[in-house]
Design a protein around this ligand. Structure first.
Ligand code: MN
Ligand code: MN
Length: 311
């Protein structure tokens, strides 16, 4: 008997891990007898485009709603409904594989839920392939390797664990790739910001969080030259202000992260009280909308938890 079709997807504004984890989990599930299709909740960013071009892998169908094609789904690399597909509340969620905090998540029925505090969803999936004795095809290994490099900034992010390093090395071996050389090339491809408008950049890798009733948006762009990125500072500020007005954010944080020095400059706008909470949480001062965040590279580990705590 054929199983009912399901979609597998990562969060909206997908990063490399969100798309790759959907592909890898869809492949694994199908090997185990499920009938799934990986989809993406958005177009690829520069880095992800580089990865798919490099390995000649076709980017999944881009959808914002299931359009009635399925009634049940599997989530990877996220669980918060506001980061998910538009009609998530109408879907039966049967599986989640994720490495984020669990928030705003509820189901009517029992489900498979695997959360591990590792650097990348693709690392958890690598473990699941090993546990199930399912071989990882070289092309999918190349994608998973790229996702781990992306999420851990080549194992330099504080979110990195030993298991991420082990998975990365094993995947590099399957794919036949020198991960050091390839990793830098891939991260640099992701910092090509010139072709994007500031409006696109503040939405490209942005997530919304509910923090004690405050609507908080945290966006991040990677660069190799923060000053160069800030030549467009006034455009960024204008676009952030209009996003705040149209989406009712209490706080909008744009993290401009230098992937070579592992430092961040933040553009911080919003309610005065929310900005004060940010200053306290991150132990910094916001002046002229800007805050210096030395040593900060991880939204998930270094920005969201202290901010959530402070609210
Ligand atoms: Mn992600
Ligand atoms: Mn991830």
């Amino acid at each position: 008997m054929t199983k009912e079709k399901q979609f597998v997807f990562g969060h909206s504004n997908p990063d490399t891990d969100a798309v790759v984890a959907a592909i890898a989990y869809s492949y694994l599930s199908n090997q185990l007898g499920y009938n799934t299709e990986a989809i993406a909740l958005g177009e690829p960013n520069e880095e992800t485009k580089f990865v798919f071009d490099k390995f000649g892998y076709e980017y999944p169908r881009v959808m914002n709603s299931t359009n009635g094609e399925v009634s049940s789904v599997m989530l990877v690399d996220h669980n918060e409904f506001q980061q998910s597909i538009d009609d998530i509340a109408d879907m039966e969620i049967t599986h989640v594989v994720d490495h984020h905090r669990i928030s705003n998540f509820e189901t009517a029925n029992p489900l498979f839920y695997r959360a591990e505090p590792l650097g990348c969803t693709s690392t958890i999936l690598w473990k699941m392939f090993v546990e199930q004795s399912v071989e990882i095809p070289a092309q999918i290994a190349s994608l998973m390797l790229s996702a781990i490099i992306s999420d851990t900034l080549l194992l330099k992010s504080p979110t990195t664990t030993d298991q991420d390093a082990t998975a990365m090395k094993s995947l590099a071996e399957i794919a036949g790739i020198d991960y050091e050389t390839y990793g830098l090339e891939m991260l640099k491809a992701g910092t090509n910001l010139d072709s994007k408008s500031t409006k696109e950049l503040i939405n490209m890798d942005a997530k919304t969080f509910d923090m004690k009733g405050n609507n908080v948006r945290v966006a991040q762009v990677n660069t190799v030259d923060v000053n160069d990125t800030l030549t467009r500072e006034s455009d960024f500020v204008n676009d952030i202000q209009s996003e705040i007005a149209s989406e009712n954010y209490n706080l909008f944080i744009l993290l401009i992260t230098n992937i070579l020095t592992s430092d961040t400059t933040g553009l911080i706008l919003g309610d005065d009280s929310a900005i004060a909470v940010f200053e306290k949480a991150l132990n910094t001062k916001v002046s002229d909308n800007k805050a210096s965040l030395p040593g900060v590279v991880s939204r998930k580990k270094q920005v969201v938890p202290p901010l959530n705590e402070a609210f």
